[in-house]
Design a protein around this ligand. Sequence first.
Ligand SMILES: NC(=O)c1ccc[n+]([C@@H]2O[C@H](COP(=O)([O-])OP(=O)(O)OC[C@H]3O[C@@H](n4cnc5c(N)ncnc54)[C@H](OP(=O)(O)O)[C@@H]3O)[C@@H](O)[C@H]2O)c1
Length: 270
Amino acid sequence: MSLPAPSPDHTALVTGTSSGIGTEIARELARRGQNVTLVARSEAKLVVLAAELADCGVRADVLATDLADPAARAKLASRVEELGLSVSILVNNAGLSTMGPVRRADADSELHMIEVDVAAVTDLCTRFLPGMVERQSGAILNVASTAAFQPIPGQAGYGAAKAFVLSYTRALAGELRGTGVTATALCPGPVETGFGAAAGITQTEAEAALPSFMWEPADAVARCGLDALAAGRTVAIPGKANRAVALLATLTPKQLLVPFLASRHPSLRK
Ligand SMILES: NC(=O)c1ccc[n+]([C@@H]2O[C@H](COP(=O)([O-])OP(=O)(O)OC[C@H]3O[C@@H](n4cnc5c(N)ncnc54)[C@H](OP(=O)(O)O)[C@@H]3O)[C@@H](O)[C@H]2O)c1
């Protein structure tokens, strides 16, 4: 097993590349010789990253897109085609979390999160997978989270969204056996990126809730995901501590685990 061989008319389309884990995944793919197509809303940041990646000798294209907009998502495949490219690697990384109890949540914000974290993942997999299967070569990396392994009081929608991504990717991997296409779910624990600030939580609050041994740097998370994708592994959890926590979360009865998590979540203590 390995990543699809780099080719001048193929690209790795990576969402959420204007920041954090997505930027590092794009950098690591470029280091591995893959052309990259950068997708997020912040076009200026994508243009800067594309210039950096072009220095690695790969082709880097920018397709600024709001992934919460179904019409914009629907146009992505034809925009890639207009560039003369086929998507050989798809990385659904863009994502965000709301924070706080559902009883105080804003319905539009919750649905916006579901559009990006769930609908966009489903949409892009559905649109780009048939071409990969036809070419008998391709790889899909969906970024879930260790939040996928148990309900998260204080981030109920986010935990459920990532559980969707994990389950969906595992099913996809099962369907794809023998097709030449693989699917991997990357499940990071905490990573210092723009994610906490976008969710309205400070780094100090996040570090108080999640012990230091669980935190992994974004570049190590990116390498872990791409190594697993190249090896054809279905699930990748960066860091020994996060693998242990995910196993514990899977095995612990939820009637014990959920009240414990509710008592510790910073947004429920405010
Ligand atoms: N950081 C963590 O602790 C952690 C842990 C586990 C899993 N994850 C997952 O890792 C992934 C990357 O998160 P990160 O930590 O790197 O966070 P980040 O630094 O906040 O990056 C999020 C990326 O998603 C993009 N994005 C958000 N909304 C979008 C939209 N409507 N349309 C297009 N792009 C959108 C952002 O770009 P624009 O704002 O420019 O659109 C940005 O590039 C997410 O799926 C997250 O759930 C993160």
